[in-house]
Design a protein around this ligand. Structure first.
Ligand SMILES: Cc1cc2nc3c(=O)[nH]c(=O)nc-3n(C[C@H](O)[C@H](O)[C@H](O)COP(=O)(O)O)c2cc1C
Length: 176
């Protein structure tokens, strides 16, 4: 396990290749527990998470946006991060934060993950990525889908982030 928050944040990378190895249920439970600690606007907690482990379904989901999602076909777990936009106007922010917490916890647990954008993406002419995922996973119309998070034991190694990525010219003290 990694150590401090700083170490985990540094270590988190988008991992797009996965071992076939299944993820034990207790790790998935831990991941979900951490995710539900996420902050949300007005504490509305509008999230819904569809946990997909069925290989055939994961294969279909990995076709959601083709080139930017096909890498995920062999992932042992995919999470559709959703939210009830009727109870939370800030559902995009709420779901994005939950995704980030998930991805950091994934790193902490020695797993790897990658965000696959669904909201505002196209599956094919005449069908949005969101409609495609909604249909496959039987998500009701009132529930919005932000993304899919592909998760598995890393099948590729990536260097942790480096201090040189810090961009001092983007930091504006006191005024812009
Ligand atoms: C809002 C958002 C959407 C993203 N969508 C995709 C995607 O559809 N497919 C993909 O492979 N990676 C996607 N990514 C991952 C980024 O490409 C990745 O975070 C970025 O290249 C930085 O690399 P790192 O995560 O290893 O630090 C997305 C990330 C974010 C935050």
């Amino acid at each position: 396990m990694a150590g401090s928050v700083f170490d985990v944040v540094r270590k988190r990378r988008s991992i797009r290749a996965y071992k076939e190895q299944e993820i034990p249920k207790d790790l998935i439970e831990k991941l979900l527990t951490a995710t539900f600690f996420s902050p949300s606007s007005r504490n509305r907690r509008p999230w819904h998470f569809v946990m997909v482990t069925d290989k055939a379904m994961i294969q279909k989901l990995s076709q959601v946006t083709h080139s930017s999602s096909s890498f995920a076909s062999g992932a042992p777990l995919m999470i559709a991060v959703c939210a009830d936009s009727n109870i939370a106007g800030r559902w995009i922010e709420d779901s994005s934060i939950a995704t980030t917490i998930t991805q950091l916890m994934v790193t902490e647990l020695g797993l790897g993950s990658c965000w696959i954008q669904v909201r505002d993406n196209i599956h094919k002419e005449g069908q949005t990525a969101e409609e495609y995922v909604r249909e496959l996973l039987r998500i009701p119309p009132s529930i919005r889908v932000l993304n899919l998070v592909a998760i598995g034991y890393p099948g590729e190694e990536k260097s942790p982030h480096h201090d040189s990525e810090y961009m001092p010219d983007r930091v504006h003290w006191e005024v812009f």
